[in-house]
Design a protein around this ligand. Structure first.
Ligand SMILES: Nc1ncnc2c1ncn2[C@@H]1O[C@H](COP(=O)(O)OP(=O)(O)OP(=O)(O)O)[C@@H](O)[C@H]1O
Length: 298
């Protein structure tokens, strides 16, 4: 591919690109379209939340990005890996070195008879990292996640929040570029969830790990700059948060919601807008100097 066509490619500079991503599950005679042409771009260094109703396709998206499931069609790239054409060996390498993954059931992330330090050590041993480096990295990660004091404890001696923070440390052992977390706080109370999100925020800032979190937890919105909503297997809207400084020097957070336009120019008009103006099948579009209007068919 020439450099000019690469530069003009959708999301060419991003760490994660999903372009018209489709995942169809065949269950008996029935086809389920879990992802129906989903577009998503995540830049290196971002911490992004993915939200959406149950069944909207969030876990499917994360499984594909984590290299656990394969898409049916479309394009998905993470770092230099094309997720539609990876060999089995590529997939092992990808899951060991490029991505970290944690899921809701904390017990499933941990090994009951190992200490936190031994668990963080394990993926590095598999990757043949020398012992001295393994030791330093384990302590660094447990410290970054605020569970250094748990290094010599086994999962049964840890609270739910500590278990999740240790699981995150384990997933980061081999210095992945991106951490995918599927409902990491699903089993935790509000205060503990906030601690876990805070620890992820620290890891994102201090270690530069890009993080994508799938969650139902409303508390996540205070911890991320970008929340992407998925509806029916497609990205439907995004909320961007930024901190603004007022004249008196005080700071406050501004959250703005955007509709997402796909690459063919399609935008979903929310149901309440359609109902309020009785927008049905045909609408009138007009280009104004700095905006576009949509009017009912008079
Ligand atoms: N292995 C599978 N076989 C068949 N259908 C599946 C499979 N996995 C997911 N689906 C279907 O795909 C759709 C999307 O599921 P997915 O789990 O990605 O949604 P979700 O947004 O993560 O939901 P939740 O918030 O409840 O976890 C659903 O209709 C689901 O029933």
């Amino acid at each position: 591919m020439s450099s000019s066509s690469r530069a003009s490619e959708f999301g060419a500079d991003a760490l994660i690109v999903c372009d018209s991503l489709v995942r169809i599950y065949q269950s008996g005679p029935v086809e389920v379209q879990a992802l129906q042409g989903l577009d998503l771009i995540v830049e290196s260094g971002e911490m992004v939340a993915v939200v959406g109703a149950s069944g909207s396709g969030k876990s499917t998206l994360l499984s594909i990005l984590a290299g656990i499931d394969a898409p049916t069609a479309g394009r998905a790239r993470v770092d230099r890996w094309n997720l539609l054409s990876m060999s089995r060996a590529d997939r092992v390498h990808y899951r060991r070195h490029t991505v970290g993954f944690v899921r809701q059931q904390t017990a499933g992330n941990l090994v009951s008879y190992l200490t936190a330090r031994q668990m963080v050590d394990l993926p590095m041993t598999a990757a043949r990292v020398p012992a001295r480096k393994r030791h330093a990295r384990s302590l660094e990660l447990l410290g970054a996640l605020g569970v250094a004091d748990c290094a010599d404890r086994k999962p049964g001696q840890l609270s739910g929040g500590q278990q999740m923070r240790v699981a995150i440390a384990v997933s980061l052992a081999n210095e992945p570029k991106v951490l995918f977390a599927d409902e990491p706080t699903g089993e935790l109370d509000t205060a503990t969830s906030a601690e876990v999100f805070g620890a992820m925020r620290d890891v994102n800032r201090e270690l530069g790990v890009t993080i994508v979190i799938v969650t139902h937890d409303p508390g996540v919105s205070g911890q991320v700059e970008r929340t992407v909503a998925i509806r029916d297997g497609r990205t439907s809207s995004e909320v961007l948060r930024r901190t603004a400084t007022a004249d008196d020097g005080g700071t406050h957070v501004i959250a703005e919601e955007y509709a997402v336009m796909d690459r063919a120019g399609r935008v979903q008009v929310p149901a309440d807008y359609r109902e309020a103006l009785n927008l049905t099948r045909r609408v009138r579009l007009a280009l104004e100097p700095d905006h576009v209007t949509i009017r009912p068919d008079a």
